[in-house]
Each structure stands twice: as C-alpha cells, then as structure tokens.
Design a protein around this ligand. Structure first.
Ligand SMILES: [Zn+2]
Length: 81
C-alpha cells in the first residue's frame, strides 16, 4: 500500500491596484487641522499648503497618501492526479 500526501503551497504577492481608484494625495496642516482637497497627484495639495502657509503662518503639514493593494496568488492550484 502506497501512502501519498499532497501538500499545496501557494505564494501570494501584494500588488498596487488602480482599477478602482488611482493613488490619492492630501496634505493636512498640523497646526489647525485644515486639509487640502484630495487629488490624484501631489502638486495640488502642495500648492494648497504653500498658500495656507502664506495666509496663516502655519508651516508644518502631514502628508496623507492612500493607495490600494490587492493580494494575488502567484501559483495555480495543482491539478488532481
Ligand atoms: Zn493651518
């Protein structure tokens, strides 16, 4: 009688997924909590931060960058013997 064992090893990879939304950039003033509009690139939030600094004297900002990732199996399920 033969003993047969099947072990299934599956690797996973985490990949950037922009199918639902591209990355989102935003800057928030750490002095008053005011935030820029969310944008698809950092240029608009950076421009907002410079205008906010010149208007209020607040000079420290927190960057908020949101991206979406999808976990995907890299190996197909083994075929039955
Ligand atoms: Zn501020």
């Amino acid at each position: 009688m033969a003993v047969r064992s099947v072990f299934r090893f599956v690797n996973w990879v985490l990949l950037l997924d922009t199918s639902g939304s591209p990355p989102i950039f935003e800057l928030e003033c750490t002095s008053c909590g005011t935030s820029s509009e969310a944008a698809g690139a950092p240029a608009e939030p950076q421009e907002w931060a410079l205008k906010h600094a010149s208007r209020t004297g607040h000079t420290m900002f927190r960057a908020v960058h949101t991206s979406f990732f999808r976990a995907t199996r890299t190996e197909a399920r083994p075929s039955p013997p």
